[in-house]
Design a protein around this ligand. Sequence first.
Ligand code: ADP
Ligand code: MG
Length: 704
Amino acid sequence: MPGQYNLLETPIEYLKGVGPSRAETLKKELEIFTFGDLLMHIPFRYVDRTKIYKVREVNPLSQYVQLKGILKDIDVAGDKHKKRMIANLVDETGSIELVWFAGVKWMKESLVEGKEYIVFGKPTVFGKKMNIVHPDITSTEDEKKSPAGILQPFYPSTEKLKAKSLDSRGISKLTRTLFQQVAPSDLKEIIPQNILEKFRLPSRYDSFQQVHFPSNEYELERARQRLKFEELFFIQLKLLQVKIGRKESSVGFVFNKVGDFFNRFYKEKLPFALTDAQKKVIKEIRSDLVSGKQMNRLLQGDVGSGKTVVALSVILLALDNGMQSCFMVPTEILAQQHFQSIKELVEGLGINISLLTSSTKTKERKKIHEGILSGEIHLLIGTHSLIEDTVQFKNLGLVIIDEQHRFGVEQRGKMWTKNNNPPHILVMTATPIPRTLAMTLYGDLDVSVIDELPPGRKPIKTVHYDDSARMRVFGFMREQIMKDRQIYVVYPLIEESEKLDYKYLMDGFESISREFPLPQFAVSIVHGKMKNEDRDFEMRRFIKRETQIMIATTVIEVGVNIPNASVMVIESAERFGLSQLHQLRGRVGRGADQSYCVLMTERKLNQVARKRMQTMVETTDGFKIAEVDMELRGPGDLEGTQQSGILNLRIADLVHDKKILLAARTEAEIILEKDDHLQLPEHQSLATFLLNQQQRKGGWSKIS
Ligand code: ADP
Ligand code: MG
């Protein structure tokens, strides 16, 4: 409530034990500005301090252990810049080495030889010896003075904070001081009572108390569940409100006519029957188009699932209702391909289609600008160039954005302004996103999924080899070329190691050209450093089957459709992420022939890389792959999620807390269904909390 003093908003420098200098560092390093922020700084781990191990019990497989013994043999070694301190901790069963690389001076001054200490850390093997690097160390005497509790919390900290004695223990002390001042009335309940009861969640105050000072594992777990629920629940409430608000405020064009363009296309043109999944999705889209509200829909479908023809159907509906469409894609090659294939598909229907990319010549560009402004052009296909302000439509009714994750959110937003009323927006992605993540990332969009591939596709066979099998792979390639198939060989290209990567790519090109010499064979190469014209030239040679092998960096990743190419060899596959591997593999398997994907890696792989290869070999299901990817990398690293910021979760985690997320989403939906503006008295605290959160963060609206 305005004007009312809120303890949790007190600036952090006013907490006893903080002061201006530490406050500065807390702000900079952890974004802790207020008492409330400190409360929200939640431990990432807890350790049972009741168990004390003997040195003899410690082995290389031990996780964190707590030891008690006498400190001996303190020794500082190394020069000024690379100092380290070593000491031994000795108990009645043996001795273990402790090592510090940082804070040596302070350590040396504060530790006393011959005194008894309690040490906590994770043992590592170094040579033949075991040691503990940067252990948590307290004298038995001090420990008695301020016991850490049974379950000791570990807080995230940083080197700079540690230098100001704000390591985990230091932060814990502050939290203790803070909690002495916090009363239940400062942490009023914000989740409706019926929900708390339904899921047996503890109160807000109790939960914060338990996560900072757990009384036992059971209570701690309950507290964590509650705070996770709270976090996810408010995100979902917010997202769903954005969605509701948008639906209310935007007037959408009504496409209620199904006319000649649409009907003739299906009767005369479409060379195959739609899959049930495609039909279902078109139906979902059509219901948006007649709703009178602006459509904002995400269409997810694995590579090759046939999203293009769905998009085309919607374009035809727009035309039947007298409106223009545009189709935006991330690369020039893809734009050309869509342009070609759509032109062929609608040949003779009298649809005027143009292509606009950065390489469109000025004269042509001018003509296109005029054509769309006059309405003469019905469909404009292109790259980022479509966003430019000079691109003005007469009557834009529909925007389709392919491979959505390649575009920023702002770019999506920009397309809204291309007409007085915002056009309908359909974004498409072939990067399957686990449902939980989609719910959070695209929680404000409606989602349709094509979960079925067109019939007759043979699953791609995937194998994993190391370099020693190279000759065999060449043999296999030759065999496939003899069957008139074409082959992609893809090399990684990562900015940081760009030079090396190019060398590697060119070496590969040379050795493959040697192995597959002219005139019997011809090899193409495309990469990002080539001029657009040259790249297109090479691409076209391959499409026309003048070359049998296409060597490329990941420029071919997106969307390219060459049905006769049936083998994908991925070099240094361990350097690609799972979703990228899946995208690459999706370039083959588009024709009727059996297709293959060959993953080439080094012999020695780390566990994560091995798991990636294994997953690729075992499944072609994009959603399964996305799930594994998320487990291996954490959601924050998935493609397309970085810029959103939504995933800076404090306590919940989308991989492990799926159930909580689903429950939170459902409860948020139930509430908004009954009270879409949170105006009922029982929802007052929700509304206020959301508002406060928004004012503090100020950034939620960014995501839509
Ligand atoms: P993506 O979803 O990856 O964009 P495309 O739209 O490029 O997939 O479709 C891949 C291929 O499948 C194209 O050659 C397309 O003509 C074909 N295709 C799409 N739908 C069907 C269908 N229902 N039956 C048969 N082939 C289809
Ligand atoms: Mg596509």
